[in-house]
Design a protein. Sequence first.
Lengths: 307, 572
Amino acid sequence: MLLKTYNKIYDTDIGYSFFNSKLAVISSTIFFVILFCSVFAGIVAPYNPFDPASVSLMDAFTPPVWSEGGSFSFILGTDQQGRDMFSTMIYGSRISLIVGFASIIFAMILGVFLGITSGYIGGRYEIIVMRLTDVQLTIPSILMALLVDGIARAIISQSMHDEMAIYVLIFAIGISEWPQFARVSRASTLVEKNKEYVSASRIIGLSNILIMFKHILPNILRPILVIATIGLALAIITESTLSFLGVGVPPTTPSLGTLIRFGNNFLFSGEWWITFFPAIFLIVLALSINLLGDWMRDALNPKLKKR
Amino acid sequence: MSFLEVKDLNISYPTRKETIVASKNVEFSLERGEILGIVGESGSGKSTIANAIINLIDPPGEITDGSIKIDNIELRSNEEIIQNIRGKKIGFVFQDPQTSLNPLFKIKDQLIETIQAHLNLSYQDSLTKSIQLLKEVGIENAEKRIEDYPHQFSGGMRQRVVIALAISCEPDLIIADEPTTALDVSIQYQILELLKDLTKKRNLGVIIITHDMGVIAETTDKVIVMRYGHIVEQGETKELLTNPKSTEAKSLVISVPPTNKKIDRFKLISPDGKEITSNSTNLTKNIIKTWGVRENKNQKLLELKDVTKIFDDQSLGSIFPFSSRNKIDDQIVRAVDNVSFDLIEGETLGLVGESGSGKSTIAKIITGLVNPNNGYIKYNNESLYNSNNKYQIHKSRGQIQMIFQDPYSSLNPRFKVRDIISEPIKFFQKNINNNELSENIHDLIDIVGMTRQSLDRYPHEFSGGQRQRISIARALATRPRLLICDEPTSALDVSIQAQILNLLKDIQDELHLTMLFISHDLPVIRQMCNRIVVLKNGLVCESNETESLFNTPQHDYTKQLINLMPKIESLI
């Protein structure tokens, strides 16, 4: 049964390209292992670092298992509060991934909507939207995110802010990523809208909404999917950067960036593992997503298709 | 010993799943001063052979066997020899003059570069030679025009430059791959005359690859008919066209629309070599039952009066989008200029014209894809546009449908055939139940001669002709009265074209449709239409009954078009 589905997938062009690209297979394996771990963190992780009962300050600063003084109960060591690094990283990556996915979906919906409508409708609406993306692109995404976070802090009270932090973060990253989607989907829409199947739908009398989202959207999904994948890695890195700067998620629920920030304080006092492992983890995660995106860009591009 | 000799040529393209044989045991020869035509349907391997001669087969394709000799020099897979010979001994004319010249270089630079690469000439000599060449291919004011860039030339002029480039190094062989397919009739005639002239004057061997039997009849001495990479028949052009032996050649010759008389239906050749005169079926019975019987009352169905469409260069007008623009007359293109005509119920009206004559724009105006600037259009005595020239949603919406030129882009690639056909039905009959819907779809797919299995497949699984059939089914789904066909067969092979045209005639007869048939192909127009409107640069030149227009054309332009169209009968 499994073999049958494998053969079926292998038979398609995209499947063939996937299984013949070592990079794609390896990077997707790594990505899905990380995804699996973070989704099922409760089962995979040996401890729950957010449960104060399971954390003991006595275990603080335990080095990794292969160093002197290491213990098998904490394979990658513990941080300054005695939390198991391995478990913290898995729970941390969960937050990083949630923020990454949610913000990129937010950016995608916003960007694709504005892109398709401006490409299809044209006129002044298009000019306004595209100039807006130009303005947006001149502001660095980190700056934009800091701005949003700053405004959010001014509006929302401090106690509320910790709860709302993750949503603020998603909004902040999403708002700085949407121009990419808007530009790509507008450009693709301009190509598609001159094709005769769109004319045919217009002659039938279908409404513009139906033509845009039922006929054009499925045909421009490929490039959107590619930038979404690469954008996902970017969103995760942006999230980490913000958390590293201290404007991201609160320390009680640390993401990968927060962990790196904590560890940074102890880097020169010899406790290198607190910052080193989350950093490596982040690099591997971002790299695997980026490589997957690279492969996808080549595989989905009909011009680069190998016979 | 012949000048060019190709023996036992085998070319194959290995792919992941299978090896495609693009040419198998191809053998032919060519003398100097002779024009050889290669015909065949798309995918029959015509271009592959041309590419093999100049060793330009794209990987992973490869010549697996055989030999190609020019003046007894073996060309095959000898990169050094081929480098010297390509361009110097063999000139190549590509199909599309828009893309075969580098847009960033002046004509001068492209010619001189080629000449200096192969002939040992100084810059000044090459320049003189280039000017001479341009004069030879009929470019006026060559001294000045040589300084121009490719985009400053028209399509026909550009093809002349390409030919000048091809003969610049005094080659012995010219290979022309569909040299006139992208050009209008009058320019096609000039280019073919030029090629014939050069062949005689310079004693060249010429290979013309085309799918147009008229071109073959008018220019070539010998012809090769290909199918699936095989040569199915070859011989003297006259002999082959008047007395074809193989089924393939017969079907090619017989499905060419005759230019000198009107026939009722195109003849087709069945695979076993027999003639079929009509493939009309009685499958329309079910459709007529649901549509109700229609009567054509011989009254005006569509009326165009003084319709004008002006395109101005809005997008380039100003950097600042909201500033007011000063319209300069130079930037204004009158795509359609005061065009008026009527369409009587039940007839087929032909719109003929070369590219840029505004015939497609008229179709777009009638269907509401483009708004006119002036004039009115009435359908069934009801105006299609309001006083602000905006398309109105009128009560007969859906009665005007259109069939498009390019079967590869007119069907949404992400939709199954069933969804493509069902969408318009559902749109116009909101509360149709599933049984009725699938019955409707089955009737439509039957009528266009496709199997019901094809409903669950995607458009890319079908050939161009089959896609055009699906396109027709979609157009019929809204129960139209007026069908606009915008060059419905110009992307198809001759025998497929005959099938589609027969299908359109059958459908029109049985469903009492009115048709507006747009084409640049005069023989096709003659077969399809009752009346013809000739357009040039957006203006109506002449309109008349088909037979009187062809027999006694009034306008000079019409006369020119009719005289210049390639005629297969010129030989028979």
